[in-house]
Design a protein around this ligand. Structure first.
Ligand SMILES: [Cu+2]
Length: 217
């Protein structure tokens, strides 16, 4: 055997299958995500540049009051909740708010909620949305357009426009709702497969307000 070919042979035997496997799994994953979207056109809403997107991302990390590693409280009767889909440094296919990944979000009964969602994901078909519903996990491939007790719905936000964070424009949307009924809800990504296969959801708790205390006589 030609000795000079040994390094080439070694590469083909050891390195090439690894690199090919990495490429294949990445491609398969993209194909899977594309297939799950089912050909639905991405909703391209108003987009904002990085200068504004960065502020939204920061406000998401700072908002609420952390309660341990898994919960963020939003006390008060008027709250603003900012959520990032696929925030940098958080797991792929997840939501971030209060600096946590898919945390339990708590608001008070009767709170007027302004919910802002921004999609920081990148790549073809990497759309995300957010629906708040009482439907519990595990989720089917599609949660449908009208899940039970829906409090809010942002159907789909297009991925950011560039692989470079600072060069990209970002799709965002804001909805308002009143958390009238106490109970356990879930914020769920409605893009087919994102909740069922990737667990892109978290709990959303509307805490019952204390009954008014009777004044002492
Ligand atoms: Cu999603």
């Amino acid at each position: 055997m030609n000795v000079r070919l040994l390094p080439v042979l070694a590469f083909l035997v050891f390195a090439a299958p690894v690199s090919l496997a990495a490429t294949r799994s990445g491609t398969e994953r993209t194909a899977m995500r594309m297939a799950m979207i089912g050909g639905a056109p991405p909703v391209v809403g108003p987009t904002i540049p990085w200068t504004k997107g960065r502020i939204v991302w920061q406000s998401s990390r700072m908002n609420g009051e952390r309660r341990g590693p898994h919960a963020v409280m939003f006390p008060g009767k008027k709250v603003v909740i900012t959520v990032v889909a696929n925030a940098p440094r958080h797991p792929d296919m997840s939501f971030e708010t209060g600096g946590l990944t898919n945390p339990t979000v708590c608001v008070s009964q009767g709170a007027h909620v302004t919910l802002k969602v921004i999609n920081m994901d990148y790549g073809p078909g990497m759309i995300h949305g957010l629906v708040i519903t009482s439907a519990k996990p595990p989720y089917p491939l599609e949660i449908g357009r009208h899940p039970p007790d829906m409090l809010a719905r942002i159907a789909a936000l297009a991925p950011r426009s560039s692989s470079r964070l600072r060069a990209a424009r970002y799709a965002e949307a804001t909805v308002h709702f009143v958390a009238r009924r106490p109970g356990t809800y879930y914020y769920v990504c409605p893009i087919p497969g994102h909740a069922s296969a990737f667990h892109m959801y978290g709990r959303f708790i509307v805490r019952q307000s204390r009954s008014p205390t009777t004044p002492r006589s």
